[in-house]
Design a binder for this molecule. Structure first.
Ligand code: AMP
Length: 411
C-alpha cells in the first residue's frame, strides 16, 4: 500500500515523502482511514510501529481540510496527552515535520521547566497542543487555556499514563473538552484499567491491534544469565568487557539502581548516561542527545523513563533487573532489532527473579537460551533472599492507610 492510497492530501504526502517514508506501516494502514472517518479508535501498538504518524497525519489532514471553513481563530482543535516530557517532545517534533507544508501550528507543554514561555505560546494561539497532564492542568488554572474547541483528543501510551497515576488528571482533562469530540487511545498493553477508562470516554470505538505484546521481536537474540544478586554488577562489567558491544540500553527497575550502576560504570571508565524521573528535564534531554549522537554508548534507564523514546540504531539491551510484568520484557527487548538491524538482548536473573523468567517464557512461548559459561554462576539450589524488617509492627499484607495513599514514585 502507498500513502496516497490512504487518501492523504498533497501537503501531507509531500511531508511524508520528505521524511523518507516509502510505505505506511501496518498501524498507519489500519488507523488512518478510521480517523479520517471521524471514528473513535483504540489502538494497541507500541513505540516503533509508527503509531505517532498514525494519529498525527489524519489529524493534520482533517484540520487542513477545515481551513476554508469560517474561522474560529487560532484555537486548540487537537489535544494530545502524553505521559512523559520526552515523549511529548518527540510527538511535537513529528507534528512539525508532517505539518511543514501546511500553515497549521502546534506547541508542546510539559512540566519541570519554566511556565512563562509556554503561557506566551498559548496566548498566540495554536491548532494542535501536545501536553503532559500535570502541566496542562496547571496552565488551565493559571491562564485562559481554552479547550472548548477541541475536536480531536488523543491519549498516547495510556497504560503508562495510568501506571504513573495520571488517571484523575486524564479524566479531568477529558471533561474540559467538548463532549462530541473524537477520541483516539493508544496503548502498548491493554490492562483492565485501560479498558475501563476507554469504555468510559470513547464512543463505540473501533479496535486495532498491531503488535501482539506476546510475540518477542524476531530479529533479537535472547540470552539468560543466572547470577547471584550480589554479583550482578560484576557480571554486567564482565559482559560489557567481553560480550556486549555497540550502543547499549540497560534497564534497571529503580532510580536508585540506575544511579548506582551509572556510578560503577563511570568509575570503570565507561561512557554512560542515565535516565530516570528524578533528573531534571534538561539533564534527561542531554543524556538522551548524548546517547543518540554516540557521545556515550551506554544508557541506563528505568522502564518509565525509557518508554516511548525513539532510538532506532540500538545494538543491545541488557535487562539488569528482570521485569515482573512479562509484557515489559517484550517491550524492552523490542527496543533493539529495529529498522532491519539485528539486535541482542541479555537478561541477568537472580534467585528471586526466577519466577519472572517462567512467566516471560510462557508469554513469548520460547525457552530463553541460558549461558552458564560465566564467572558468577548461581547455585541452582539458591533460594531467594527474604529481607525481614526488624520490629515491624505491621503484619505482612497489612498496610497503613497513610502508606497506601502515599504511592511512592520509584521510576
Ligand atoms: P513511532 O512508533 O511513532 O514512535 O515511530 C517510530 C519511528 O518510525 C519514528 O522514527 C518515525 O519517524 C518512523 N516512521 C513512522 N512511520 C514510518 C513509515 N511509514 N516508514 C518509515 N518510518 C516511519
Amino acid at each position: 500500500m502507498l500513502f496516497k492510497d490512504l487518501k492523504l492530501n498533497k501537503p501531507i504526502l509531500r511531508a511524508v515523502a520528505e521524511a523518507g517514508y516509502d510505505n505506511p506501516t501496518l498501524v498507519q494502514e489500519k488507523t488512518i482511514p478510521l480517523v479520517l472517518e471521524r471514528q473513535d479508535v483504540i489502538t494497541s501498538a507500541q513505540t516503533g510501529t509508527g503509531k505517532t504518524a498514525a494519529f498525527a497525519l489524519p489529524i493534520l489532514q482533517l484540520l487542513y481540510d477545515q481551513q476554508d471553513a469560517p474561522k474560529k481563530g487560532k484555537t486548540i482543535k487537537a489535544l494530545v496527552i502524553s505521559p512523559t516530557r520526552e515523549l511529548a517532545i518527540q510527538i511535537a517534533k513529528n507534528f512539525k515535520t508532517y505539518a511543514s507544508h501546511t500553515n497549521l501550528t502546534s506547541a508542546v507543554i510539559y512540566g519541570g521547566t519554566s511556565i512563562e514561555p509556554q503561557i506566551d505560546i498559548l496566548k498566540k494561539g495554536i491548532d494542535i497542543l501536545i501536553a503532559t497532564p500535570g502541566r496542562l492542568l496547571d496552565l488551565h488554572k493559571q491562564v485562559e487555556l481554552n479547550l472548548d474547541y477541541v475536536e480531536m483528543f488523543v491519549l498516547d501510551e495510556a497504560d503508562l499514563m495510568l501506571d504513573m497515576g495520571f488517571i484523575d488528571d486524564v479524566r479531568k482533562i477529558e471533561r474540559l473538552c467538548p463532549e462530541d469530540k473524537q477520541t483516539l487511545l493508544f496503548s502498548a498493553t491493554m490492562p483492565y484499567k485501560v479498558e475501563q477508562l476507554a469504555s468510559s470516554i470513547l464512543k463505540t470505538p473501533e479496535r486495532i491491534e498491531v503488535t501482539p505484546t506476546s510475540s518477542a521481536a524476531k530479529d533479537v537474540s535472547q540470552v539468560l544469565y543466572y547470577v547471584p544478586k550480589r554479583n550482578k554488577i560484576e557480571l554486567c562489567l564482565h559482559l560489557l568487557r567481553n560480550t556486549v558491544k555497540g550502543s547499549i540500553l540497560i534497564f534497571r527497575r529503580t532510580k536508585f539502581g540506575v544511579d548506582k550502576l551509572h556510578q560503577t560504570l563511570i568509575s570503570n571508565g565507561y561512557d554512560a548516561e542515565r535516565l530516570h524521573g528524578d533528573r531534571s528535564q534538561i539533564e534527561r534531554q542531554n543524556a538522551l542527545a548524548d546517547f543518540k549522537r554516540g557521545k556515550v554508548n551506554i544508557l541506563i534507564a528505568t522502564d518509565v523513563a525509557a518508554r516511548g523514546i525513539d532510538i532506532i540504531e540500538l545494538d543491545s539491551v541488557i535487562n539488569f533487573d528482570l521485569p515482573n510484568v512479562p509484557e515489559t520484557y517484550v517491550h524492552r527487548i523490542g527496543r533493539t532489532g529495529r529498522a532491519g538491524n539485528f539486535g541482542h538482548s541479555y537478561s541477568l536473573c537472580s534467585a528471586d527473579e526466577k519466577s519472572y523468567v517462567q512467566t516471560i517464557q510462557k508469554l513469548i512461548n520460547v525457552q530463553i537460551p541460558v549461558e552458564n559459561d560465566h564467572p558468577y554462576p548461581l547455585d541452582p539450589k539458591a533460594k531467594p533472599i527474604v529481607h525481614k524488617k526488624k520490629g515491624s509492627k505491621y503484619k505482612k499484607g497489612r498496610k497503613s492507610e497513610a502508606s497506601k495513599k502515599k504511592k511512592k514514585r520509584w521510576y
